[in-house]
Design a protein around this ligand. Structure first.
Ligand code: BMA
Length: 338
């Protein structure tokens, strides 16, 4: 069998730390975590669930910043090394396709993807209830909103980085208006990023207990020679509130509604002080991952305790081998559920 590879670009300056010798886990945390958190700029109270990309030899990011009035907004940030960031104090200013100002009342949990030479931002937006907002930029200076992808209620929209069988593909998690106590990951296809259909359920919650309440796609799927590698969050409901952990799955390359492998156990769960305590305790929430096709290194950016942002590392080889040896599928996973 040919060697497992990431299909993508080399990223020699990816943030990286070797796995500590004592670490027995498949993911290990950046020792400088958290990389940002409270009161980073005058208007922002907490910066956490956020998405980054390589850009012009450096890094750019769209950050979830809860303002001091409690309302989450999206802010742009730039970094030379992916670790130390300069965050704009002003939120991203959106226009619609007619160049009229069109700013969301609230905006949270952004995802960022490079697709056909443009940069698409997805987030949870207000549209008579929370759902998936979609916008595009070519230069990170002007930001244009496209049609909201779905009607309420939906969250955790994640766009694949290329068309699949001629269609754009998006994962999402239909939900309710509040702190949704249920939820599975679905996929939808579009010919033009405006009209979405051919919906299929990809993965179900209620699987193992750490992901028993709900699941949601996390980072933009990483294309590998063996399938799409997806980081996702899984939630368990305790007597004292939700706990958000991180899992991984490998989805079929040509039909990502089909799950090939899925971690039976979480691969990361709140353990560090900055993950177990904060504005919302016990949350690790991945929204993006950088990868280097040359070395197979992966750096996952995750929000911690709805308060700060951390990085965790793994490699494609280590994670996919772990997935294959520790997978457990439900009968409703890997099927084209209708
Ligand atoms: C989810 C989202 C996330 C948040 C998580 C834990 O519903 O709102 O932004 O990190 O809850 O509070």
């Amino acid at each position: 069998m040919s060697k497992l590879e990431i299909i993508g670009s080399e990223l020699s300056n990816i943030p990286w730390q070797e796995k500590p010798e004592t670490c027995k886990d498949v993911m290990w945390r950046h020792t400088g975590n958290p990389i940002m958190g409270r009161n980073e700029t005058p208007t922002t109270a907490r910066i956490y669930n956020s998405a980054v990309l390589p850009y012009e030899g450096k890094f750019v990011g769209v950050f979830r910043a809860d303002h001091k009035d409690g309302i989450p907004k999206l802010h742009l940030g730039h970094s030379d090394d992916g670790i130390k960031w300069n965050i704009d104090d002003n939120e991203i200013n959106w226009v619609d396709e007619n160049n009229q100002e069109y700013n969301p009342g609230y905006a949270y949990d952004p995802r960022l993807v490079e697709l056909e030479g443009k940069y698409y931002i997805l987030w949870c937006t207000d549209f008579g209830g929370p759902t998936i907002g979609l916008g595009v930029t070519e230069d990170f200076k002007t930001f244009t909103r496209l049609e909201n992808s779905f009607i309420p209620f939906n969250r955790n929209g994640v766009l694949f980085p290329r068309k699949i069988n001629g269609y754009y593909a998006m994962l999402s998690r239909p939900s309710d208006s509040g702190h949704t106590p249920f939820g599975d990951i679905f996929i939808s296809y579009s010919p033009d990023l405006t009209f979405w259909g051919k919906h299929r359920r990809v993965m179900t919650s209620g699987h193992t207990w750490w992901q028993g309440t709900k699941i949601g796609a996390g980072a933009v799927p990483i294309e590998t020679s063996e399938g799409w590698l997806l980081f996702y969050h899984g939630v368990s409901g305790t007597c004292n509130g939700f706990v958000y952990s991180i899992g991984a799955a490998l989805l079929d390359k040509e039909n990502p509604a089909k799950v090939l492998y899925r971690t039976k156990d979480y691969i990361m769960t709140p353990e560090m002080d900055y993950e177990v305590s904060g504005f919302v305790p016990n949350v690790t929430f991945p929204c993006s991952a950088l990868c280097d096709a040359k070395t197979g290194r992966i750096a996952v950016y995750y929000g911690a305790a709805d308060t700060c942002l951390g990085i965790a590392y793994t490699t494609v080889e280590e994670l996919v081998s772990h997935l294959k040896n520790n997978s457990f599928l439900l009968p409703t996973d890997g099927e084209e559920f209708r």
